[in-house]
Design a protein around this ligand. Sequence first.
Ligand SMILES: Cc1cc2nc3c(=O)[nH]c(=O)nc-3n(C[C@H](O)[C@H](O)[C@H](O)COP(=O)(O)OP(=O)(O)OC[C@H]3O[C@@H](n4cnc5c(N)ncnc54)[C@H](O)[C@@H]3O)c2cc1C
Length: 600
Amino acid sequence: MTESQLFAPHDLPARWRRRRAFTFVDTTFSSFLALWQRWRDDEERCERLHVVALAPLAALDSPPSPDDASPLAAELARAWPMRVAGLHRLEFDAGRVVLTLAIGEDIETLLSKLWLRADAFHLDLTATGDPRKLCKSLARFAGDNATVCAIASDQPQLERALKASGFECAPHAAHAPVTARFAPRWRVRRHEPPLPFDANAREAIVIGAGLAGCAVSSRLAERGWRVTLIDRHALPARDASGNPAGVFHPIVWRDDSVAARLTRAGFLYALRRWQALELAHRDLRRSDAGLLQIADTAEDADALADAIARFAYPSDYVQPMTRDEASRIAGVHVARGGWLFPHGGAISPAAVCAAQLADASANITPRMNTEVTRIAHDGRLWRAFDASGEEIAQAPVMVLANAHDAERLAGLYGEPTRSVRGQLTLLEPGALDALRMPVIGEGYAVPLGHDGALIGATYDIDDPDREIREAGHRENIERVGGMLPALAKTATSVRAGRVAFRCVTSDRMPMIGQLADENAARRDARELSGAWPLDLPRMPGLYGAFAFGSRGLVWATLAAELIASQIEGEPWPIERELAEAIDPARFLLRALRHGEIGAA
Ligand SMILES: Cc1cc2nc3c(=O)[nH]c(=O)nc-3n(C[C@H](O)[C@H](O)[C@H](O)COP(=O)(O)OP(=O)(O)OC[C@H]3O[C@@H](n4cnc5c(N)ncnc54)[C@H](O)[C@@H]3O)c2cc1C
């Protein structure tokens, strides 16, 4: 397609002018560079350009050549994602140009996984059979006057399908692309696709300055929001996010479960954000030798090697390791084989928090040493109050990123979170001096150079004890000794320990997204007994980012991007199924479905 064929049917650039955001959905996998260049050249461009490109996995085999004469192509080549299925979010021009690659199956299946409001659809439907289902999907996402430009093998059939779904087709010459505009005579869709944020003031209160709250503040601040970040401690990252180091890696298992897909998405997105911070000269104290996972049994190691081959995971994502190979790269003997994540590793959570805040400091006002005891909504604004009843801040949007205390502040149904005590052990230099990379399995070990090694962590449910226990150190040494026999054989002194508390849910998934209006749901319990997540009444402007369990590093950045996208009405960065698995309303939804909540 020529450039005029790309822009004219969508009336671009005129249609993106004076707009906050414009979303372009593309199944030709060819329009992004031209759109980006046109956007850059246009002084009246929209503030944010989203391109959502759908393609099969094989499309990732052909990145633009880094030697391409166009600097944009070179930039895209540098950002090119690993060859794995799912949604990849790539950001350019300080986050104002966003390419979301939906990679996997056929267009219909991919479309059914997305959630967005489209302004333009650019489609290659030559491989699509009957387009009726696909056109219905387009109608679910189409914004007012959304345009369609499609090449198809059976044009009359496509035109009929478009008309039946509420699109008006323009006359066109034979063999020219079919063009259309969304102009339904009546609205039949059950849910409107995401709506743009419509309050004048882009202001938010974020409660909690750990990994969750710092990430949310940073993603909102990058979009121009003014954020008041409140924490009861004097400095960010003092609670769970204050550990000296934490490990990050995706989950690879025998099936591509929701947890595997969610950690994959979180891991890949976090790597991108961290890299951007490092390019801005922020030191995250991130290791760079990869991360080794030791299988619990030799059988597991074999099963995982099979799964890695079956899913055709690329070697930059994960590689199976025999015991000998694993010992060689780890620098110490390991008990069993396992698998290597070349881009996994260890990082300082506090450094990540500090870097995110420093990067967006102009838009973030920290309110430290400040405890929120109550929140309230006056129909327009959220307000946070301290113990003396004084108002701390007010804003149209509030995000609860305060781990264990979030369910209390929000008064959530069924008290969905619990606390899990964890004790870490800091070892003096000794048995693990030769260890070259973080190793995980039954426990984890992170080499800290001349400072020895960090090992952990105990997992004690509902144990509020803050004291460090000798038994906890012994447990850590025993567990890590089961993976790295040198630790079991050599006497090694403990230098220090640290206790912190994970916040978990019963399904071990985090709570991320807009909170439900539980009173309204209770009132309408009977009608909501068969509800889907989008049917639930929601609290206007109130979001949660908590219960990250043992995976705050992998999940917090993506969680923040999802929340910022939901607030702004931008395309979601993960599949709807994944967003539903972490929806903070899921426990309420289950209770409604099981008839456990009735109108009292
Ligand atoms: C021992 C241990 C080891 C771990 N190892 C790893 C690891 O290797 N990799 C990994 O990814 N994850 C690991 N985790 C988990 C990870 O640390 C957490 O998932 C993550 O830190 C959670 O971040 P958060 O921001 O949700 O919570 P927190 O870091 O706990 O932050 C919550 C913040 O909210 C503030 N707050 C709460 N209530 C209020 C209020 N009412 N008013 C004002 N402020 C309030 C608190 O002061 C706190 O600063 C580990 C956790 C533990 C305990």
